[in-house]
Design a protein around this ligand. Structure first.
Ligand code: SF4
Length: 244
């Protein structure tokens, strides 16, 4: 099914965060067309059509943000917990880019997470933020696994190249391993360690019923075994010492 873009008007841009160390959430897009099969933000009625169907984009998000920033208390902004801010629609609509440009004069610290190489288009704006961390989500070292679980998101090699390109221009980078998908932990560590300042491992989604079901459906049954996953986590942490 083709993706239909629906432009919506945001009433507010900065939302107070409940996450420690993060003051605001900023969501330029209400939905995400990356279509990761384990995604747990699709609980709002998108069901099996997540990544297809209607994509809700906040067309006025940057304008609303510009109105809010002069009176907002300075704080850390996370972009974006609800959807990839560099999903395909961003190529045309530049809502995330416009939001980043709005943030530059105020220098709020920014954390941004994506799986998309489109972020490289905005290096010129990102470089103007004094406190910025870009997280690239890399959940496995295997592109076969990536294709099974994240069929529409960019290949692993592309994500490593994003990391490398950002690192080379001096932007703070972080690798986010969430969820923990079937992998060779040493090989993944080897691929990322030269290009990242930090690694966050969270396997909260790995134990969700949805992910457990996917492991079984896709033939990775042993990944549903807690003891097996615990061993993998230990190997991963060991291989990433100094970055966690
Ligand atoms: S990129 Fe994130 S929000 Fe988008 S489908 Fe994948 S997990 Fe969900």
């Amino acid at each position: 099914m083709a993706v239909k873009i629906e432009k919506i008007s945001a009433k507010s841009a900065l939302k107070r965060s409940h996450v420690k160390g993060v003051d605001y959430f900023l969501n330029p897009y209400s939905t995400c067309t990356n279509g990761c099969r384990y995604c747990d933000t699709n609980s709002s009625g998108y069901g099996d059509t997540w990544g297809e169907g209607i994509n809700l984009i906040k067309i006025n998000c940057a304008e609303v943000l510009k109105r809010e920033l002069p009176t907002a208390e300075r704080g850390v902004v996370r972009i974006s917990p609800q959807a990839d801010p560099y999903q395909p629609a961003e190529g045309r609509y530049k809502i995330t880019r416009n939001c980043m440009e709005a943030l530059v004069p105020y220098q709020f610290p920014v954390e941004l997470f994506t799986k998309s190489p489109l972020i490289l288009r905005d290096i010129d704006v990102l470089s103007q933020l004094e406190t910025l961390e870009v997280g690239i989500t890399i959940t496995t070292d295997s592109d076969m696994v990536r294709r099974a679980f994240e069929p529409k998101a960019s290949p692993i090699a592309v994500r490593i190249n994003i990391l490398k390109a950002l690192h080379e221009v001096g932007i703070n980078t972080c690798v986010k391993i969430d969820p923990l998908l079937p992998m060779n932990p040493e090989r993944l560590a080897e691929k990322v360690r030269l290009y990242t300042d930090k690694v966050i491992i969270s396997h909260s989604n790995s134990v969700s019923n949805k992910t457990l079901h996917l492991y079984k459906e896709l033939g990775y049954t042993q990944w549903a075994d807690k003891n097996f996953v615990k061993d993998v986590l230990e190997r991963l942490k060991e291989s990433l010492q100094g970055l966690i």
